[in-house]
Design a protein around this ligand. Structure first.
Ligand code: SAM
Length: 349
């Protein structure tokens, strides 16, 4: 765990630069930042970035820096132009911090002498004056040997790297998903169905520790394609609508793969569907597919009722796949989805 401690913050003057210290901390692999002066606006700004772009970075302002730095159990670094150059100490720091937490102090204006005396290492990034932002970025980059740049965040907003232009894909929250549904022309029948699927999928997601923001968006949007067609192609139509709206692939695939317990390549070919993968693979894809299988209209039904419905239509193999998916999810949830459905029904009625 790496903590950055930012001292000398003056909320009226340093808002922008302290925000940058926090953003560099987050993007270059630190886990949290402590800021001496209380600044709620700063906390909100940084928390919003983490909420949107992902990760577990945290910020706390209004702390006693000397107490935090002095009592810290781990390796303490003071970044200062008066220290020893980073390249001459980085190996010692890596060795000393092996298995230990690290706290890195950066100042604003004049840093009190206590910081120099308490630190285990006073480290300079060249002995020329520059900035806490650059010093911190270069120190972390040297410490991680560049590996921090490869870290995956998986937030609500994900940048798609491009040679030209720019693209951000996003995972809509509940409100944004409903807006997308209404904008696409979803009627009350679709809305009441997806709401029930959402309730069941969210309950299954909680039992299985799934990614709840994916479950929420995937379940609410799984039938958005029904605004175009009610046929077997509605999942494809839904995926196409969402791709056009720059929705993240992790959500689009939930929608694309939600029919039954998936459609095999040869079945898809016979049904005249485009050549894509229609088998739910991730936990979230499986949960939404099965929650949908267990909801008829706006009513939660049992596995047996669903299997019977498939059999009546002569869909023996797809029915077997639904049974298998049910079993897999019972294991993932530690509870039979039928039972989860009954619990939900009892709490809601
Ligand atoms: N003049 C101030 C002093 O003597 O403490 C430093 C002010 S400087 C703008 C703010 C912070 O940037 C410093 O506390 C230090 O953390 C960082 N910094 C600036 N230049 C640095 C360097 N060459 N190496 C490491 N850190 C540096």
């Amino acid at each position: 765990m790496i903590t950055v401690i930012r001292i000398g913050h003056r909320p009226f003057r340093d808002k922008r630069i302290t925000t940058h210290v926090a953003l560099v901390s987050r993007a270059f692999g630190a886990d949290r930042i402590l800021v001496d002066e209380k600044d709620e606006t700063l906390e909100d700004t940084v928390n919003k970035v983490t909420e949107n772009f992902g990760g577990n970075f945290s910020i706390k302002s209004g702390i006693n820096w000397k107490k935090e730095f002095r009592d810290f159990k781990g390796i303490r670094i003071n970044l200062s132009m008066y220290g020893i150059n980073v390249d001459n100490r980085i190996q010692d720091i890596r060795k000393a911090s092996d298995g230990k937490d690290m706290m890195i102090l950066v100042g604003a204006e004049k840093v009190p002498i206590d910081a120099y005396n308490i630190a285990d290492f006073n480290i300079a990034v060249s002995n020329q004056p520059h900035s806490e932002v650059s010093a911190l970025a270069i120190f972390l980059d040297r410490f991680y040997m560049g590996k921090e740049l490869e870290k995956k965040y998986e937030g609500k907003m994900n940048v798609i790297p491009m040679d030209h232009g720019k693209m951000v894909k996003f995972i809509p929250d509940e409100q944004q998903s409903m807006k997308l549904l209404y904008e696409s022309g979803a009627d009350e029948r679709i809305i009441s169905h997806v709401t029930t699927v959402y309730n069941l999928a969210m309950a299954m997601g909680k039992y299985s520790n799934a990614d709840m923001k994916l479950i929420a968006a995937g379940s609410l949007l799984h039938d958005i394609g029904r605004t175009k067609t009610n046929g077997i192609g509605h999942a494809v139509a839904g995926a196409d609508i969402l791709r056009e709206r720059n929705i993240d692939e992790s959500v689009v695939r939930i929608v694309e793969r939600h029919t039954g317990a998936g459609i095999l390549p040869d079945e898809a070919k016979k049904l005249g569907l485009p050549d894509r993968n229609y088998i739910p693979e991730t936990l979230e894809e499986k949960i939404v597919a099965q929650a949908d299988n267990l909801v008829s209209g706006k009513t939660i039904v049992t596995l047996d009722e669903t299997v019977e419905r498939y059999r009546r239509q002569g869909l023996e193999e797809p029915a077997e796949r639904i049974k298998k998916l049910h079993k897999d999810l019972s294991e993932a949830c530690g509870k039979d989805p039928d039972e989860i459905g009954r619990e939900l029904y009892n709490t809601q009625s």
